[in-house]
Structures are given as C-alpha cells and as structure tokens.
Design a protein around this ligand. Sequence first.
Ligand SMILES: [Mg+2]
Length: 411
Amino acid sequence: MKLNRRSFVKTAVGLSCCAAVPGRAGERTVKPTVERLDQAAAAPILKLDSITSPVRIASIELLRDQRNYYVRTRSTDGAEGIAVTNGRAKYLYPILQQLVIPYFLGKDARGLESLIDGVYVYNSNYKLSGVAFWCPVAWVEFSILDLLGKIARKSVGDLFGGVIRREGPIYVASGNRDTTPEEEVDVLVKGIERTGAKAVKFKVGGRMSNNADSIPGRTEGMIRLVRKTLGDKVTIYADANGSYDAPKAIEIGKLLQDNGINMFEEPCPFDYLEETKQVADALEIPISGGEQETSQRRFRWMIHNDAVQVVQPDLHYYGGFIRATRVARMAAKAGMKIVPHVSGEGVGCVDALQFASFTPNMSPFLEYKGSLEQIGSWYDPPLRRKDGAINVPTGPGLGIVADVLRNAKPA
Ligand SMILES: [Mg+2]
C-alpha cells in the first residue's frame, strides 16, 4: 500500500477534525508569508477576563516525593497551583531555583503570556536558551496555569479559548532498538491489545548514529514486516531520532512510504534543518520533527519552508502550553498538524492530552508512553483508557488533585 500525504490524513481517524491537510509544498492550499506566521504567533491566547483582581505570586517551590518532582505556586491570597515536572528536574533544579523562579515572584500571574517572554531576557537567561532552560520555565508555567484555572474555576482548555475535545486517541510508542523485527512487531501487537490503540510508532536507525543501524538490517526488516503484520487499519509511524544524513534518510523514507508507513519522524539530526527539508522535498510520506527545538524562529522556518509537515514541540522542552500554542497557530496557517512530543513519563501524555483539548489542528493520535496506571488517580476525574483513547481531566486548571502532594517535601 503506497500512501501520499493526503491519503495519510484520510487513513488516520483519530483527533483530526480540520479540512486542512498537510501536503507537499506544491500541493498546499495555503503557503503563508512569514508576516502571517508572525501574526498568528503573536495573537493573544489566554482568556482570563473572569479574574478581575491581580494574582500576585507569593512563592514557587520545588517539591519531591521519591522519584516524582512537583512545582507548587502560591498567590498572596493563598490560592495554589501544582505542576508535575519531567524527570530532568533532578539535575535542572538549580536553573529553576536560581534563574527562573526569582523572575516570577511578586508578578501578577494574569500576565503569564508576557512573563514567559520576560523570563527569557531576565538576567540574560537567553544565553542558556535550550531544553535545559525551557523545561524549568514550562514547569512554572504549568503551575501558574493550574493556579489561574483554580481561581477562575476553569480547566486549562477553557483558559486557552475553550475545550473542543473530551478525549484523546493515542498511539503506542515503542522506544526499543535492541529487538529483532519479529520481536518488535510482537511488542507493537501487544501494545495494541493492551490499550486498544489504533496507531503505533516504532524506532528506525540507531539514534543520532550517522547512518548506522542499531542492529544491522533491523530497520529494513522491521519496515517490511510491520504493515504486513498489523494490517491496513492501524496507523503506523516510524521515528529515526536523527539517525541519517539526507541521502540515507531519503532511501529509508522511500522504503517507509512503499511499505505504507504513515509518518517519518526526525530523519536527520534535529538541527539539520536544510537536510530535513531535502528529505521532505524528495518524499511523499509526511516528515515530522521539532522535539528538541526551542526556537520559535526555527519552527517558523520549518513551517514556512515545508521542511516538516507535522510539528512536534515538547510541552516541557519547549517551555509550556503558551509557546507551543504559538507554534500550533503558525502550523495551522500552513494547513499543518501538531502533535506534541512526550517527555515526562506518564504525565507527559496527560500534558499532551490537555493541549489537545483546546488545539484545533492536532494530529490524529497522541503519543503514549509510560504508564497511565501509576498516575491515573492524580487527576480529576481519574484518567481511564478506553478503546485506545484517554479522557481529558476536567477539574479546574490542570485537574491535578492536591492530594498528590501529601508525601511531598521541599526538594
Ligand atoms: Mg522522536
């Protein structure tokens, strides 16, 4: 089964609700100017009209309960917001505590959109620009959004303009590279059986490996076997984690599209933007990327130049919901989809679910890895997975229940 970028969208029946389809440059219904992309990114986002008094930030703390880290923000009026970090807090905490938190103290939380830009310039923090800086900003942003949502009695989706989805279909992402093709297809089959998911993702290449495979022949064997085994009804993505130069990525990409794979993620190292565009130009299969990207300008370049057809900012690595929404809105102008990359183990999936609840141009399936079983009870209402989809928490803010902090201590 050979798919082009249009049939890729047609075969995917998850979250996709828009008429706009990602396509090759020449097929695009819209090719926005850089100015239009900038306008889309600059438009106001948060709906906070119902909060009429200032919400002064009194404290922001990092808390820990065994291997889990949390950020708790309190206002001078005693309101409280909670966020769950990803695992990188265990070594990024000095950046959080010394460079990020001091900027937010005493500020009015209602100005969060401009505070996110302000902390980047504060004390020349931009010199640290990258995942290590933007993760701590994201955690503070999440906790302030939770705080604002609790004050307004609105879910994060409502703060971002209104909930348009109550559940998110998932794809099961396997991170294995040490399995044989037969073993790996079995992993995917079991993942589908366990979750009811209608989409999966497997790894190709060796991860940032300069064309070397993790096991010689594994990638080609896997590509030839996976569609044949899973059948035509499952959406299948492949992720190279930057394994290839452009010629090798084109060779692997042709094999992927000839074998009915629906998306090719990070064919080249993440900052090889021109090479990624060469790959996209040479292939029909949609290219996705952006999980390590932290620059709005570089996302704009990728979107404007059709270097990827699906953008994948990570809600933690990229600095939170507001910055990712700016990327989503630029992508929408180009008729492109967005699917957040997931870091943060199980919790990262919930962040992506919250983001999907209010983002119109979501890709059909959300990334799912880690274990929902561990964290389901942290949310209001508790998370449940049914027929390959997870319910969006509807409680105020991020819907995290305060009880998650009962054993947490200052980190
Ligand atoms: Mg990836």
